[in-house]
Design a protein around this ligand. Structure first.
Ligand SMILES: [Zn+2]
Length: 442
């Protein structure tokens, strides 16, 4: 009898707990209805008027003109704006900011001046600046001190701070010296090259370097293909690709020479960073193999570049477009321009894309759909489709007709939370004293 009573009490307690949990689930489920004056689909380059996007628990639940809005849902009125999915910068370095003063834009000195903790804080700030300009995904491709890029990604994913979805590379792997030409004193006595680059000069070291990065939180592997005369052979690049693939990861190669580009293409690399070494021949090979061009096409501005470099960059991008190379929008914008945010520096790369004569819908596609594919996020976030993360931005004007409309991002939603509204950052819902999404996210 006593036993039966005890059992009944236990069952009752369990039932009560269940009711509480389900009640709190419905009480706190955040349902938001976004009224979009014009909803843009970058995949097809079309738009639809007066659409409703229903967002619940960070995800898109429904999209259409006749979506039932549940009673009590919060409404966000974007009926005067163009609504579109978030943008992607396929190559940036959020934990690196070199400057005219004091280091004369020479990033060797930045590594000496700025500690990894300071750079992690820079990265949080740069991430927020990118998000404010509509970039909801950033591929963060190394040069982040001692894994500040992983710290940034984890802090965002655990829910401590706002920021784009980060696809980070950890340390850049290269032959001895990495991208630097250090003195013996720098490299051997003081470790100044490290941890910016991870040396891997033999097959064993290649495998170990890939594993080190994966262990310490990389989501993509970045290698220096040819910044030294002893750059990687196609077989060595294949070894990187195979080892990364064991953990479901792909490899991006920093390429500086036509021969390096050919070796990377021959090995079947996922993406090639930078475009100065790419020509008509390698573009045709990249198109045939579906290799992403992460061209980092710097515009000529009063703060950067030269007319000569710009003309070459524009001609290269136009040639890639004519050859149907898979294009991403990528910036390598890792420097400080007084008066501009990191996001404004990045969006200014539109200058190059317009100069290359690429139509606005195709530029938008490179900045969205292609970016989701290159960063391998397209099944979880990117397009405004039911089931995917609610990463949504809005601008006045129509970016399908005038791509510069993207320079004036008025609204940003990330994972269903409003980060920017009426042109003003309102990040308080993102800021927490602890890991609200759980500390096990690594
Ligand atoms: Zn870079």
């Amino acid at each position: 009898m006593w036993k039966r009573l005890f059992l009944r009490r236990c069952l009752l307690a369990l039932a009560a707990a269940f009711v509480l949990v389900s009640a709190s689930g419905s009480l706190f489920a955040q349902v938001t209805a976004i009224r979009a004056g014009r909803l843009i689909d970058p995949e097809t380059g079309t738009s639809a008027a007066n659409q409703i996007i229903l967002v619940e628990d960070g995800k898109i639940r429904a999209v259409g003109a006749n979506v039932d809005v549940p009673a009590g849902a919060e409404t966000i009125d974007l009926s005067g704006l163009s609504v579109l999915p978030g943008l992607v910068d396929a190559h940036n370095h959020l934990a690196l900011t070199y400057k005219k003063m004091p280091e004369n834009d020479i990033y060797y000195f930045t590594y000496v001046l700025d500690s990894t903790p300071l750079r992690a804080i820079q990265a949080v700030s740069n991430g927020m600046q990118m998000l404010s300009s509509g970039f909801t995904i950033v591929r963060d491709m190394g040069n982040a001190g001692n894994y500040a890029d992983t710290a940034l990604r984890v802090a965002i994913e655990q829910g401590w701070v706002p920021g784009p979805t980060i696809i980070n590379s950890g340390l850049i792997i290269g032959g001895m010296g990495g991208q630097f030409w250090p003195t013996p004193e720098m490299a051997l006595d003081h470790n100044i090259v490290y941890p910016e680059y991870l040396d891997a000069d033999t097959p064993d070291e290649i495998i170990k370097a890939v594993r080190q990065n994966i262990l310490f939180g990389a989501k993509v592997i970045k290698i220096m293909v040819d910044s030294k005369p002893y750059g990687y052979t196609a077989d060595e690049i294949r070894l990187f690709i195979d080892e990364a693939a064991k953990s479901g990861m792909i490899v991006e190669g920093h390429v500086e020479t036509p021969d390096g580009a050919r070796r990377a293409i021959d090995a079947g690399i996922w993406s090639i960073a930078h475009s100065e070494a790419l020509d008509d021949e390698t573009h045709k090979q990249m198109a045939a193999k579906g290799i992403w061009r992460v061209g980092t096409e710097t515009p000529f501005t009063e703060y950067r570049g030269s007319q000569e470099e710009f003309d070459k960059t524009v001609a290269g991008l136009a040639n890639a477009y004519e050859n149907n190379v898979p294009l991403t929008f990528s910036t390598d914008a890792d420097y400080y321009v007084p008066g501009m945010s990191r996001g404004e520096v990045a969006i200014d790369f539109l200058l190059t894309w317009k100069a290359a004569g690429i139509p606005a819908p195709e530029i938008l596609k490179a900045m969205t759909i292609n970016g989701y594919k290159c960063s391998q996020t397209e099944n979880e976030r990117g397009p405004i489709k039911p089931g995917l993360a609610a990463d949504i931005i809005a601008v006045p004007g129509n970016p399908l007709e005038d791509i510069d409309a993207l320079r004036d991002v008025q609204f940003v939603m990330k994972d269903g939370l409003v980060f920017k509204q009426d042109g003003v950052m309102v990040p308080e819902k993102f800021l927490h004293g602890g890991p609200v999404n759980g500390w096990r996210i690594r």
